[in-house]
Design a protein around this ligand. Structure first.
Ligand SMILES: CCCCCCCC(=O)CC(=O)SCCNC(=O)CCNC(=O)[C@H](O)C(C)(C)COP(=O)(O)OP(=O)(O)OC[C@H]1O[C@@H](n2cnc3c(N)ncnc32)[C@H](O)[C@@H]1OP(=O)(O)O
Ligand SMILES: NC(=O)C1=CN([C@@H]2O[C@H](COP(=O)(O)OP(=O)(O)OC[C@H]3O[C@@H](n4cnc5c(N)ncnc54)[C@H](O)[C@@H]3O)[C@@H](O)[C@H]2O)C=CC1
Length: 709
C-alpha cells in the first residue's frame, strides 16, 4: 500500500480540473507496475456530489466523463470507490464504473439528475439497471431520491458498508481482490436482469411518472433510457442515453431546474439594509419553544419542532381544542415514527391551557386566529410571561408584524415566521423581517427554518408579505375569468396543464373559502352597505368579484363542507367533482349582471393568472419587500405548488421574454381597464426599456428608497 494507491478528487464536484486529475492519475496508476490496485476517494470525507452544475451553462472543457469512466472500468487493476458522505449523480456513475464500492454507513447515494432536468448520462441509466434490475433502477433514476448506504447494500449498489473508515475499508478490499478476474465486475458487460412482464412494468411506471412529472420531460426521458438498458446492448443503450440527454440538456426545463437549485441556496443568504447578513449575524440556540394555538397550523408547527429535537410547550384556550390538538399532534408524531421505524418522541411536547408554562422557553410561535386584536393581546401577555430574551414569532398570513411588535416590551425580538399548510409537510417558511427585528432575531428564525427542513426566505413586512400578496391577485384573475365565461374546472385544468400541483379552485376548496371571506370582511370589502341580492362588482375603486362571497353565504366553504367550487362525497371528502349546480349558478350570475359569456382559451387563463403573479413580483422588488427575483421564485416553488421545471414566476417571465409579458399585460389591461393589477409595473417597463437584461442585473434597475431587504 504505497502513496500511489490513492487518487483523490480535488473537490466536492467533478469539475473539469477534477476530471483531468482523475483521468491522469488513473492512467498513471494503471501504468505504474508498483501499483496493484486503486482506491478512489474524495477530499474532506466527501466522495462526490456529481458534475459541476455551473459548468453546464458554459462550453464544456476538460476530459469528458463518459470515456473517463470507461477507462476506469476497462482497467486491468481493480479500482475501488471509497464512498464517504455522498455519491450523487456523476459521482455515483463514477463509482458504478469502479469494480467495487465500499460505503460509509452514513453515506447517501443517488442519481438526482432528474431534479435538474437531466438524466444520468455518464452511463448511469445503463449500468444501474444491469446491477439492480429494472424496478429499482427506474425508481432511483426517475425520482432522483437519495438512498442510505444500507439500502444501497440491499440493492447491491455497494459491496460493503462500514461504520469505520471507508477509505481504509476500501484499501483492505482492494488489496484482497488483487489478481481476481475483473470481467465479471464490469457492469457494462452484464446482462440486465429482466422482470417477467417487461411491457407491463414500463407501462405502469410511465403512467405514474407522467402523473408525477406534471409536464416535466426529464422523468419520462429517464424511464425511456432505462428501457433502452432492458432492450439494447450496452453500447446502443449508451447512444440512446446520449440522444435523450442532448434533448434535455439544452431545454428550458433543465435551465429552470438548475436555476432553482442555485436560487434555493441563494435564498438562505439573506441581508438587511442595516448591513446584517447571513454570514455576520449569529443565530441563537433554540432548545425549547412554545406554540400558541393548536389549530390547522399550530399542530403542524409543533410536529416540525419536535421532529427537529426541540422541546415544545403547546398552549390552547379551551380543554376541547387542547384535547383535539393533542390527539392530532400525537397521531402525526406516531405515524411519522412508525414510518421511520423509531419511537415517537411524545415526551418532548407538553400540552397546557396556561400561558405561564411558557416562562422558560427560548422562542414562541403564535398561531391563533388571523385577528389583529387577538394577536395583540397574546403578544402583550407573552411580554409579561416569557423570559426577557425570548424571541416572539407570529405565524400570521399577512398582518403587520411591526404593529404586533409595538405591543411587546421587546420589538427587536419579534419576527414573522409564516409557515404553509400543512406546516409539517410544506417546505416554505417566509421569515418576515420587521423594521425593528434585530439581526440576531432574523438569523435565529432563518436558521430555525433550515433546522426544521424548510427553505427559509426573508421577506419584508407588507400586507400578505410576498406569497399571499401575489396570491390575492392570482385568485382575483381566476374569479374574473369565471365571470367572463370560464368554469372552475376549465381554469384548474389549464393551470394543472401548465404544471401547478393543483388548480387554484381546488386549492381554495382545500384551504376553505371562509379564510378569504374573513380577510375580505376585515378589509372592509364586505359589510352592511353591500346589497345582499345584487352585490356590487366594483369596490374600493376597482373591479371586485362577489362570486366567492356568494358561495360562502350558501354554506359552500370547500372540502370541509363537502361543497365549494367543486362537489365532494361528504364533508371533508377529498375527490373534487365538477358540480352542475355551480355551472347553473354561474350562468344565472352572468345573466343577472348582463355579462355575456365568451369562450376563454387556455392561453388566456394561463397568461392572466401567471403574468399577474410576475407583475406583482416586479412591484414587490421595487417596494424592497424581496431582495431578489430568486427569493420570489422560491416562495412560489416551495409554498404554492408552482412547477419547479418552470423556475418560478419571475424566471418564467424572463424565459417567455419580458417584452412579451409586457405586451400581453397591456393587451389584457386594455380589455379590463378596471383591473389595475393588469397594468404593467414600472419595473417591468423599465427592464423592457433596458432591453430585458438578465435576472442578475434586474437589481440595478430598481429605484427603491425604502427597501426592507
Ligand atoms: C451531454 C453532457 C453529458 C454530461 C454527463 C454528466 C451527467 C452527470 O453526471 C450529471 C450530474 O452529475 S448532475 C449533478 C448531480 N448532483 C446533484 O444533483 C447534487 C447536487 N448537490 C447536492 O445535492 C448538495 O449540494 C450536496 C448533497 C452535494 C451537498 O449539500 P450541502 O447541504 O452540504 O451543501 P450545499 O449548500 O447544497 O452545497 C454547497 C455548495 O456547493 C454547491 N454545489 C453543490 N453541488 C454542486 C454541483 N453538483 N455543482 C455545482 N455546485 C454545487 C452549492 O451550490 C453550494 O454553493 P455555495 O452556495 O456557493 O456555497
Ligand atoms: N390555515 C392556513 O392555511 C394558514 C394559516 N395561517 C395563519 O396561521 C394562524 C392560525 O391559522 P389556523 O391554524 O388556520 O387557524 P385555526 O382556526 O385552525 O386555529 C387557531 C387556533 O388558535 C386557538 N386560539 C385562539 N385564541 C387563542 C389563545 N388566546 N390562546 C391559545 N390558543 C388560541 C384556537 O382555539 C384554534 O384552535 C392564522 O394567523 C392564519 O392566518 C398561515 C398559513 C396558512
Amino acid at each position: 500500500c504505497s502513496d500511489e494507491l490513492f487518487i483523490r478528487p480535488l473537490s466536492l464536484v467533478l469539475s473539469a480540473a477534477v476530471r483531468k486529475g482523475i483521468t491522469e492519475a488513473v492512467a498513471r496508476a494503471f501504468k505504474d507496475t508498483r501499483v496493484k490496485a486503486v482506491v478512489l476517494c474524495g477530499e474532506n470525507g466527501k466522495f462526490c456530489g456529481g458534475a459541476d452544475i455551473r459548468e453546464f451553462a458554459k462550453a464544456m472543457s476538460g476530459p469528458p466523463l463518459v470515456p473517463m469512466i470507461h477507462a476506469i472500468e476497462a482497467g486491468e487493476k481493480p479500482v475501488v470507490a471509497a464512498i464517504e458522505e455522498m455519491a450523487l449523480g456523476g459521482g455515483l456513475e463514477l463509482a458504478l464504473g469502479c469494480h467495487y464500492r465500499v460505503a460509509h454507513a452514513k453515506a447517501r447515494l443517488g442519481l438526482p439528475e432528474v431534479t435538474l432536468g437531466l438524466l444520468p448520462a455518464a452511463g448511469g441509466t445503463q449500468r444501474l439497471p444491469r446491477l439492480t434490475g429494472i424496478p429499482a433502477a427506474l425508481d432511483l433514476i426517475t425520482t432522483g431520491r437519495h438512498i442510505s448506504a444500507q439500502e444501497a447494500l440491499k440493492l447491491g449498489i455497494v459491496d460493503r458498508v462500514t461504520e469505520g473508515n471507508a477509505v481504509e475499508a476500501a484499501v483492505e478490499l482492494a488489496l484482497s481482490v488483487v489478481g481476481r478476474p475483473l470481467a465479471p465486475r464490469r457492469l457494462s458487460n452484464h446482462a440486465t436482469p429482466l422482470p417477467a412482464d417487461l411491457d407491463g412494468v414500463f407501462e405502469e411506471v410511465l403512467v405514474q411518472v407522467k402523473r408525477r412529472a406534471r409536464g416535466a420531460m426529464a422523468p419520462v426521458a429517464c424511464a425511456k433510457a432505462v428501457r433502452a438498458a432492458a432492450e439494447l446492448p450496452y453500447s446502443r443503450g449508451l447512444e440512446c442515453e446520449r440522444e435523450l440527454m442532448n434533448t434535455l440538456f439544452t431545454s428550458g426545463q433543465a435551465r429552470a431546474l438548475q436555476y432553482c437549485f442555485f436560487a434555493q441556496r441563494a435564498a438562505g443568504k439573506w441581508s438587511l439594509p442595516n448591513g446584517a447578513r447571513w454570514d455576520n449575524s449569529r443565530p441563537r440556540a433554540v432548545h425549547t419553544a412554545g406554540v400558541i394555538g393548536l389549530g390547522t397550523m399550530g399542530r403542524g408547527i409543533a410536529v416540525c419542532l419536535v421532529k427537529a429535537g426541540i422541546s415544545v410547550v403547546a398552549v390552547e384556550t379551551e380543554e376541547k381544542q387542547l384535547d383535539s390538538g393533542r390527539r392530532a399532534v400525537r397521531g402525526m408524531l406516531e405515524r411519522d415514527a412508525k414510518r421511520r421505524g423509531v419511537t415517537a418522541p411524545l415526551h418532548m411536547i407538553t400540552f397546557t391551557l396556561s400561558m405561564q408554562q411558557l416562562r422558560d422557553v427560548d422562542l414562541v410561535i403564535e398561531a391563533v386566529f388571523e385577528d389583529m386584536a387577538l394577536k395583540k393581546s397574546v403578544f402583550a401577555e407573552l411580554s409579561r410571561v416569557c423570559r426577557p430574551n425570548a424571541l416572539l414569532c407570529t405565524n400570521t398570513s399577512g398582518l403587520d408584524v411591526d404593529e404586533l411588535a409595538s405591543v411587546t416590551d421587546r420589538p427587536p425580538l419579534v419576527v414573522g415566521m409564516h409557515f404553509f399548510a400543512p406546516a409539517h409537510v410544506m417546505k416554505l417558511l417566509e421569515v418576515i423581517c420587521g423594521p425593528r427585528s434585530s439581526p440576531e432575531t432574523v438569523a435565529t428564525a432563518m436558521t430555525l427554518g433550515k433546522r426544521l427542513g424548510k427553505v427559509s426566505v426573508a421577506v419584508g413586512n407588507c400586507p400578505g408579505f410576498v406569497g399571499n400578496r401575489m396570491l390575492k391577485l392570482y385568485l382575483d384573475q381566476a374569479h374574473f375569468l369565471l365571470e367572463e365565461g370560464a368554469s372552475p374546472e376549465q381554469v384548474d385544468q389549464a393551470l394543472e396543464e401548465f404544471g401547478f400541483a393543483l388548480g387554484i379552485f381546488k386549492v381554495a376548496d382545500l384551504s376553505g373559502l371562509d379564510i378569504g371571506w374573513r380577510v375580505r370582511k376585515a378589509a372592509g370589502l364586505i359589510g352592511p352597505d353591500v346589497d345582499p341580492k345584487f352585490p356590487s362588482r366594483h369596490r374600493q375603486g376597482r373591479r371586485y368579484c362577489p362570486l366567492p362571497d356568494l358561495l360562502c353565504e350558501q354554506g359552500r366553504l370547500g372540502q370541509k363542507s363537502g361543497r365549494g367550487w367543486y362537489l365532494y362525497d361528504s364533508a371533508g371528502g377529498k375527490e373534487a367533482r365538477p358540480d352542475p349546480a355551480i355551472s347553473s349558478f354561474l350562468q344565472e350570475y352572468r345573466l343577472r349582471y348582463g355579462i355575456s359569456a365568451r369562450r376563454i382559451t387556455e392561453q388566456e387563463v394561463v397568461e392572466r393568472c401567471v403574468f399577474v403573479l410576475a407583475n406583482e413580483g416586479f412591484r414587490i422588488l421595487e417596494d424592497g419587500m424581496a431582495a431578489a427575483p430568486e427569493d420570489i421564485d422560491m416562495v412560489y416553488v416551495f409554498g404554492y405548488g408552482w412547477p419547479r421545471h418552470r423556475g418560478g414566476p419571475m424566471f418564467h417571465a424572463a424565459q417567455v421574454g419580458l417584452a412579451t409579458v409586457l405586451q400581453r399585460l397591456e393587451f389584457y389591461h386594455r380589455q379590463n381597464p378596471d383591473i389595475p393589477h393588469l397594468q404593467p409595473s414600472t419595473l417591468l417597463r423599465r427592464l423592457v426599456g433596458a432591453r430585458s437584461p438578465p435576472m442578475q442585473q434586474w437589481k440595478q434597475h430598481i429605484r427603491s428608497i425604502n427597501s426592507q431587504l
